[in-house]
Structure formats: C-alpha cells, structure tokens
Design a protein. Structure first.
Length: 576
C-alpha cells in the first residue's frame, strides 16, 4: 500500500516566535526579505529609541542550497531590480544583454519569420540570466543583512487561529516509507509568526491550502498553467550570439494546443532552449517532454544544436491565467507573492520582474506592521495587510497585467481564434470583445480516449513517450539524469493520491493514465497487477520528482496533491 507524506500527529514540536516568515527563497521571497531589511535599516537610523530587529525574520527554502530549485528561461526585465538595488547591473550575474530578437512560425519542415517582432516580445535591454545563479546572488545579499535563510526546510502546513494565519509548520525529518519515525527523526518547527508571506512559486502547496480553506478563488477565473520543459546546451561557437533571443510558435503543436518555444543565446556558447506547453490540451496521451524532443528535430533547431551537447534538464509549471485568475493576495496574517499569486505576463513570457516587485510591495506592507508594533501602535490585522492588495492594484504590476488580462483565454478555441483575439486586445488595451473573458481550468479540456481518434489524428506525433537518439533527442530518464534530482529514498511519497482506486479502475480506462505522459520525470507508472480488474495499478517513483507541480495541476480527476518532500530533496538546477 502506498503511504503518503503528512505531518506526524500528537507530538511535541519546537515552538519558535517570528515576526515574519517568508516561505520560498525564489526571486519574490528574496526581494521581499531584502526590501524589508532596507526599510528596517532606514527606520533604525531615524528612530534610535524604537529599533526594529531583523532577528525574527526568516526565509524558508526547501532546497539544500539557495537557488537550487530555481528554473526559468530566463530573461530578466530589470525594472524592479533597478528599484530594489539601483546599479545592480554592476555586480549581478547577468549573462548577456538582449541585442537581437526574432519570432518564427514553424511548420514541420519550414519557418516563417514574422516581419515585425510583436511589442510584448521586444526584449532589447533585458538580460539573459540563469535564474539559479541570479537567486543565489540575491540570497547572498539577504544573508549579508542578518536575515536568516533556513535552507532544506519546507513549509508543510499553515497554522491557524480561527480565520487568522498564525504561522508555518516546517517538514518533519527522518520519517521512513511506512510513516514511522527513524532514529534521526526531528519534528518540524512551529514558527509562530505575525505575518506569513507565501512565495512558493507556481501552484504553491501552502497557497493551495489557503485558497481552498477560505475559498479565495471564488470570484477569480480558474488559474490556468503551462509547463516549461527546458534543456541547457553547449554548442559549437558562433551558432547563436550571446543576447540573441528567438521565440517560435506552431510546430510541433497543432493549431489546437497552446504553447511555444524559446531559444536564448548566453555566454560561453551556452544555449537555453525550452518549450512551454499549455496544460489545457485535449489528448491525454500528449507528452510535454516529447513536445520538446519533437521541436529539436525541426531543421532550424537541429542545425543550431548539431555537434553540441545537452548539459542540464528541468521542468517547471507557470501560471498563465493573468489578472482575472489572481485571488485576493492579502488577508488576516498572510500575503501571497510572485508565481504563487499568478503574477506572470503570459504575452511576454515573463514573471521574474513581477515577482520581485510583488516581494517589494509585500515588504513595504509588512514593514508598516513591524514599525507600528515598534511604536506600540496597532498590529497585523487583515486591514493592515490589505494594503498589499491596494499597493499591487496601484502599481505597475496591474498596469502591465491589465493590458494582457484576456490574453490566454482568447486561445480557448485554438491558434487562429487566439491570434484574432490577441490583435483585437492589443488595439483595445487588453479588452478585446469583452472586459473579462471567462476561463475553464486546464484539466477540464482533457477528453476521454473514447472521444479521440485511436491513432491520435493530427496530434499523433505528440503522443506517448519520446524514445530519443541519445544525441539530439532524449528519453525522460536520460533527460532526468541531467536535472541532478535527489531525494531521501526512505520517506513516504510526497505525491499524495487521494484515491488510488480511481487511478486503477477509471482513469486507466477513461484517460489511459495521463500522469505517465504529463509528468516530465517518470514518477508515475502503471504496472501490471492481476488483482485489479483493469490488470493495472499505479506505482510511484517520488525520488524522480523535479517539483514542477504538473501532476497537481493536470490530473483530470484532481486527486493528486503535491506536498513538499523532506527538505533538501529535489532537483539541482545549477546554472539553469
Ligand atoms: Fe512534476 Fe508531479 Fe512529476 Fe513531480 S511528480 S515531476 S511535480 S509531474
């Protein structure tokens, strides 16, 4: 029987008081910590009689090292960093400034260059970065301030007092596969915090708990997602200049699926390439990792990579839903930042600058609470943290997202309808045919096998696992090897399937077990089992998990919950 990970009940846990706990040490969480420190420094310089301490401000990061779980294309729009650390360009690890960009539409064998680059994809002045290296650098800045970053600690549960969030429980360590305490067992800490800030990245597990508990998404569009599958390549010199950016639409996707590719030239002949597939496709046999392998077989891409070597692999989901899919971002004791909230501009394929800005605005809100506390005024009530909501709505985050508020929804009926809506939205300031286009959750678009052509029809080339030739294309396990993923093997599964009967009886027949296809890390397998009426049973390899959250998002029955594994486990996205 599969045993799933959950905090052990009925034990004494160490209690730790905290002013602010930031869950997640990505760009949003680090920017938040850094801005908070800056504000405290200014306050302390002006108010010697009411000093504010940074001692009780903590960042929890589930990776063993800062930045290890950070993956993105990545292009950095420097706007928010210039506000956070003026002159940051002089010391930050920026690989190349963008000097050239192009957008292509691909058919199977040909390519057509768009005569003009659409305004959202004009990237002059942005920087090609490794998000992993960038966040490591930013984390170093936070550490210099005296704020404590706990690496290898995941937030496993939120603590509540009535309708107020009062803290975070960290993960239990040293629990075996059967759920028993091992000799090295250490219970998680209860960090009792005045303010909890969730910066967990896309589909955050605590954010999901919070949204469900308070039904926060009731007035928002359902969030929709894509999954980006990325490979880093070392190519022979002069194939692509550092700072050259290429986007593609079209092949290998058909006009029914949403998505596209990026190719960024970086320094030292490194190329970042990847394919984002919208997690709202119809055919459950579609495999996003295979989509990237197919993409590389286009003559245009093959020529670029020929003679090169794939050096890293990874995957991450990203929220596409835009402004209308963002839930309330502040409440009683809590705030939500970055990708966890849905601050991503899907037209620009960018969210890092928005994550950083949201972290800064949350820090300004949290600081007001701490300052009032120091001055013995009132407190971290929902009304005070509600300022964060107002700050977001009056900032350039809203200006930017408002102009593309209906972008992804416009593609619900395929590529051509999507291009029509996009053009209309561009001339109407994001409105298009109506102010708010509705949306369906991505998994609701998935169709049962009985309703699809047995041979896959026009999508046949996207279905099932990639075999890989070992040079240009790779099967999942070969790719996975390049993600550096490692977990403690002897622990309960952190992929929680709430009813495995559904997997073994219904899903296998109705959808053909799409978990085997959409997971980019071969975590899910349907193995033979004569005791099951279907002859199949779901089996998990949680140690392979690259923490992309796709299963939590795309499962058609919504019975999978991703929870953090024992802290320290996961991919190693060095240089990604
Ligand atoms: Fe991603 Fe889920 Fe597979 Fe982990 S198990 S790699 S979160 S799809």
């Amino acid at each position: 029987m599969l045993i799933f990970r959950k905090p052990i009940e009925g034990i004494d846990r160490p209690q730790m008081p905290a002013d602010v706990v930031i869950v997640g040490g990505g760009p949003a969480g680090m920017a938040c910590a850094l801005r908070l420190s800056q504000l405290i420094d200014v306050h302390n310089a002006k108010n010697p009689e009411s000093q504010r301490s940074k001692e009780n401000i903590y960042v929890l990061e589930k990776a063993r090292e800062i930045g290890q779980h950070c993956l993105s294309g990545a292009l950095l729009d420097p706007r928010s960093m210039r506000e956070l650390l003026p002159g940051f360009e002089k010391e930050a690890p920026l690989d190349a400034e963008v000097t050239k960009e192009a957008v292509y539409f691909l058919t199977e064998k040909s390519k057509f260059k768009l005569p003009i680059t659409p305004p959202p994809l004009r990237d002059h002045g942005n920087y090609v970065i490794s998000l992993n290296r960038f966040v490591k650098w930013l984390g170093g800045k936070v550490e210099e301030t005296g704020i404590t970053i706990f690496t290898g600690f995941a937030g496993s549960e939120l603590l509540f007092d009535g309708n107020r969030v009062t803290g975070v429980r960290t993960d239990d360590k040293g629990v075996d596969k059967e759920g028993h305490q091992k000799s090295n067992f250490e219970p998680g800490y209860d960090l009792n915090a005045k303010i909890v800030i969730l910066a967990e990245g896309p589909r955050g597990s605590l954010t999901k708990q919070l949204v469900q508990k308070f039904d926060l998404a009731k007035n928002a569009n359902p969030q929709t997602y894509g999954v980006g599958i990325k490979e880093l390549w070392e190519v022979p010199s002069s194939r692509i200049a550092p700072g050259e950016v290429i986007y593609t639409m079209g092949w290998p996707l058909t006009t029914k699926e949403y998505g596209g590719a990026w190719i960024y030239g970086s320094k030292d002949n490194i190329v970042s390439l990847g394919f984002v597939t919208g997690l709202d496709y119809a055919d459950p046999r579609l495999d996003p990792q295979r989509v990237l392998q197919d993409f590389k077989q286009h003559p245009f891409v093959t020529k670029l990579l020929e003679g090169g070597k794939m050096i890293r692999y990874g995957a991450k989901s990203l929220p596409y839903g835009g402004w209308w899919a963002i839930p309330p971002v502040a409440g009683n004791g809590w705030m939500i930042l970055g990708d966890s909230a849905g601050f991503v501009n899907s037209a620009r394929l960018k969210g890092i600058h928005l994550a950083i800005k949201s972290g800064m605005l949350a820090a300004e809100t949290a600081f007001e609470v701490l300052r009032n506390d120091a001055l013995k005024k009132d407190d971290s009530s929902a009304a005070t943290l509600g300022d964060f909501q107002k700050k977001v709505e009056s900032s350039w985050i809203k200006d930017e997202l408002w102009k593309v508020r209906n972008m992804h929804q416009g593609f619900a009926r395929g590529f051509y309808a999507g291009m029509f809506h996009t053009a209309l939205q561009m001339v109407t300031g994001g409105r298009g045919l109506r102010n708010r286009y509705p949306a369906k959750a991505g998994y609701e678009h998935m169709r049962k096998l009985a309703a699809l052509p047995a041979d896959g029809g026009a999508e046949a080339h996207l279905l099932g696992p990639a075999k890989g030739d070992g040079k240009l294309t790779f099967d999942k396990l070969t790719d996975l090897y390049h993600s550096g993923t490692k977990h403690e093997e002897d622990q309960p599964s952190h992929l929680v399937i709430h009813d495995t009967n559904i997997c073994n009886t219904r899903c296998v027949k109705e959808f053909g077990s799409p978990c085997q296809n959409f997971c980019p890390a071969n975590v899910y397998e349907m193995v033979d089992d004569a005791t099951q009426p279907s002859g199949k049973r779901v089996s998990l390899n949680p140690s392979n998990c690259v923490h992309c959250k796709t299963c939590d998002i795309a499962d058609p029955y919504q019975i999978i919950t991703w929870v953090p594994p024992e802290g320290g486990g996961g991919p190693n996205y060095d240089g990604m």
